[in-house]
Design a protein around this ligand. Structure first.
Ligand SMILES: [Zn+2]
Length: 397
């Protein structure tokens, strides 16, 4: 099945017809990291299995039960259930909650160090997307924007599962590091409909007959000019993930214009050094910040690289998203930059970030542009193909 995603057949129509799905790929979502215990509630006896114990149904009391990893193996309450990886398979979808949250699919508890484990949800990708699409978009948005998001999120998740997870026991995070996934309670009728009606549909790109899925980025609001994934993240350049001048399409977003946001140079120095330390980069030893300047812009005049100069005259060149991450590092309740699309104005003790546009990284599909197009009557196929130039739509399963 995965091989078909690497080289999907040519000649498919851009209009795809969903059909019933027999063989839907599984996505492994890391819900929790390095836990010492979780609380499990089961309204029907789940099947419990570990590396050393065969599958067996296990009744639960009508109350949360603590699951932990002792030195000699797993305990569900006081009951030993073997060692290695622990699998909890609900008897019915939604009948098992972990720390109060229910998810479709099965739960895998994977030991990561002495007494600690990760919680990974194995879930078919369409069940996963039913929660992702409604978590990523506003409830009142158009059906066609929901379907566009379903296709893009499906492509992104399959790409991550196929390419980035080699040697890992999980594929995606459950938050904005991958895609926001809120489990069953986050699903809506609209998201379920959008996923069902686009089931199996993905974006792919490449020479005819050799099209492959790619990392189909999306973000909240591009601010009128998107940036390429190459400029944003240093990803390999491909045309579907190039920069685009969209114009004021997404000015229906409250984030289309923002600023000025003022941050003191002392605070920026603290944040940038903390970011440098977290990445093992030279910025960790930066002197007091003196100024921030735009170093390069893209062909539509959106900044894609900034130059940070410290009080000793030493210069640090940061990519657009690196700059945003560095300026927002450990911001706590302090001011944060919504995007890297801004103009810095250097005052004596502070930097004013003015002429701000957009929210998020601005690469790939802009969600607010997608909603604006849907409101203007666009079909979801046209929304995604405009967002990713030269890409095509295929059935992956
Ligand atoms: Zn936009």
């Amino acid at each position: 099945m995965w091989a078909s995603l690497l080289m999907v057949p040519a000649g498919c129509s851009r209009t795809v017809i969903p059909s019933s799905v027999a063989d839907v790929p599984i996505v492994r979502v890391r819900l929790l990291e390095s836990q010492e215990k979780v609380l499990v509630t089961a309204s029907a006896p789940p099947t419990i299995q570990s590396t050393t114990n065969p599958p067996a149904p296990m009744p639960f009391p009508n109350a949360p039960v603590e699951v932990r990893l002792a030195s000699d193996g797993w305990r569900i309450g006081d009951v030993p259930v073997g060692s290695g990886e622990l699998i909890v398979k609900p008897a019915l979808e939604g009948s098992v909650a972990i720390n109060g949250q229910s998810y479709r699919g099965t739960y895998h508890l994977v030991p990561v160090s002495a007494g600690k484990f990760d919680l990974v949800n194995y879930v078919d990708i369409d069940s996963y997307l039913k929660s992702v699409v409604s978590s990523e978009l506003l409830a009142g948005w158009q059906d066609e924007a929901y379907k566009a998001q379903a296709i893009v999120a499906r492509t992104y998740a399959l790409y991550e599962a196929r390419t980035n997870s080699a040697g890992r026991y999980w594929d995606v995070y459950a938050d904005t590091r991958s895609q926001v996934y809120g489990g069953i309670k986050a699903e809506s009728d609209k998201s379920i409909r959008a996923v069902t009606e686009t089931s199996g549909v993905v974006l792919a790109y490449g020479p005819a007959g050799q099209e492959k899925i790619f990392k189909a980025y999306f973000s909240s609001c591009c601010g009128g000019i998107s940036q390429s994934a190459y400029d944003a993240f240093g990803d390999p350049y491909i045309e579907p993930l190039s920069d685009q001048n969209v114009g004021p399409m997404c000015n229906i977003s409250p984030h289309f214009n923002w600023g000025p946001i003022d941050i003191t140079k002392a605070e920026l120095t603290r944040r940038i050094k903390a970011w440098g330390a977290s990445k093992g980069r030279a910025e960790k030893d930066m002197g007091a910040l003196d100024r921030i300047d735009i170093q390069y812009v893209n062909r539509f005049n959106r900044p894609i690289r900034f130059l940070l100069t410290d009080a000793n005259g030493k210069r640090y060149s940061l990519g657009s998203e690196e700059t945003r991450w560095a300026c927002n590092m450990d911001a706590k309740d302090g001011p944060r930059l919504k995007s890297s699309f801004f103009r810095p104005v250097n005052d004596a003790d502070k930097v004013s970030f003015v002429d701000g546009h957009g929210f998020g990284h601005g690469a790939g599909m802009c969600q607010w542009c997608a909603e604006a197009r849907a409101e203007a009557g666009w079909r979801h196929e046209d929304i995604v193909l405009t967002s990713f130039p030269k890409a095509k739509l295929f059935r992956a399963y």
